[in-house]
Design a protein around this ligand. Structure first.
Ligand code: 8X3
Length: 254
């Protein structure tokens, strides 16, 4: 459980991309750990239902929109203990040779610029809490290249480097900076979004893999990183299913 500053007030956590997958699962686990969770995402009905379920707050927010990000910071209040930068995702699996620059721009916008904007907007409140944490959801794609993944791996490498840079820059201030980098996670939307709703291609990603990680598996790590004593900065957790030894080496039974 987290410690709160006042005896009655719950510490505030902001989770972006909270409408589904790792974001929604993290919001639930963080609420269970004692946070008042501000659930931010574009899809209002989903985050309103989630916020009602976990006694949190729903704030509609597209992380690429500076005004909406400013409104999120305003709604989160003057002291925020935890920011989980989860909004992001992949588009397509096209080789560099034929990739659509708009897909790459969009991935850079959501994964990198979105994380930058939300982090900038919330840093004063994270610092004001006296014990802040920025936790970026990276990816194994932020540590290795794979064919067809150029746009996504470039963006997730960007998130990884931004995380390291911020940790260096904030040294001596009361905000720790962490990254959780999942490998193969089966969520309802990640692969489907990547392949523009093509369920066959999305299903093929996980075909024959015994047990890909679930959103809850990753949320468990997020909650663990967030609830370490404040002097403990877990720089990076790479988490993969046992069936995935590396990006290219996945055990499939069929
Ligand atoms: C997701 C991992 O393998 O689809 O962040 O790039 S992968």
């Amino acid at each position: 459980m987290v410690e709160s500053n006042a005896s009655t007030a719950r510490p505030v956590a902001v989770v972006t991309g909270a409408s589904s997958g790792i974001g929604a699962a993290s919001a639930r686990q963080l609420a269970r750990a004692g946070y008042r969770v501000v659930c931010a995402a574009r899809r209002v009905e989903r985050i309103e239902a989630l916020a009602a379920e976990i006694d949190g707050l729903a704030v509609p927010c597209d992380v690429t929109d500076a005004e909406q990000v400013a409104a999120l910071a305003e709604a989160a209040g003057p002291a925020v203990s935890l920011l989980v930068n989860n909004a992001g995702g992949a588009i397509g699996l096209d080789p560099v040779e034929s990739a659509d620059p708009d897909d790459w721009r969009s991935m850079y916008e959501t994964n990198v610029i979105g994380t930058l904007q939300v982090t900038r907007a919330l840093l004063p409140a994270l610092e004001a809490s006296g014990a802040g944490t920025v936790l970026n959801i990276g990816s194994t794609a932020g540590r290795i290249a794979y064919e067809g993944g150029g746009g996504y791996t470039a963006a997730k490498h960007g998130v990884a480097v931004m995380t390291e840079t911020l940790r260096l820059e904030l040294l001596g201030r009361p905000v720790r900076v962490c990254e959780v980098a999942p490998g193969m996670v089966r969520t309802e939307e990640f692969a489907l979004t990547r392949f523009n709703g093509d369920t066959e291609r999305a299903d093929a990603v996980y075909r024959g893999v015994d047990e890909p990680l679930t959103a809850d598996d990753v949320a468990d790590v997020v909650a663990w990183v967030a609830t370490r004593p404040q002097h403990v900065n877990v720089d990076l957790v790479v988490v993969k299913p046992i069936a995935q030894a590396s990006q290219h080496k996945v055990h499939r039974t069929s």
